[in-house]
Design a binder for this molecule. Structure first.
Ligand code: AMP
Length: 115
């Protein structure tokens, strides 16, 4: 989508610190990190929210994002300490960018419950 900032990052039209890429997913550092490691993993193909993820294509795309997040977490030294994967969804989920993304947060102990 032309007006989607994350589609533009995936296409290389907007700069980002890319830390991983597969055919179907891109990982880059969050501009406003909430933990020592804060990386976003997005599907290359636009999916607006998890509301749209109940399809075979989206299942593969989101699965690829999780897989890339796990690989990046390992490279970032977050095993065996651990980390958190989060997908904020729509208004009540706190989503602000409407292109599905997995937050990979690590490098400190996480609190629960989340805010
Ligand atoms: P969410 O609130 O779950 O939609 O998360 C959106 C995230 O995208 C926030 O953590 C922002 O800091 C991050 N973000 C927004 N624009 C950019 C950008 N151009 N590059 C990297 N991260 C971004």
């Amino acid at each position: 989508m032309a007006d989607c900032i994350f589609c533009r990052i995936a296409a290389g039209d907007i700069p980002a610190t890319i830390v991983g890429r597969t055919e179907d997913a891109v990982a880059f550092r969050d501009l406003n990190p909430q933990a020592p490691v804060h990386i976003l993993v997005i599907p290359t193909r636009h999916i607006t929210t998890m509301f749209d993820a109940d399809t075979d294509l989206a299942e593969v795309a989101v699965g690829q994002c999780i897989r890339l997040a796990v690989q990046v977490a390992k490279r970032e030294g977050l095993e065996p300490g651990g980390y958190r994967l989060v997908i904020n969804t729509a208004k009540d989920g706190g989503q602000s960018v409407f292109h599905v993304h997995v937050h990979l947060l690590g490098g400190r102990a996480m609190a629960w419950p989340p805010g």
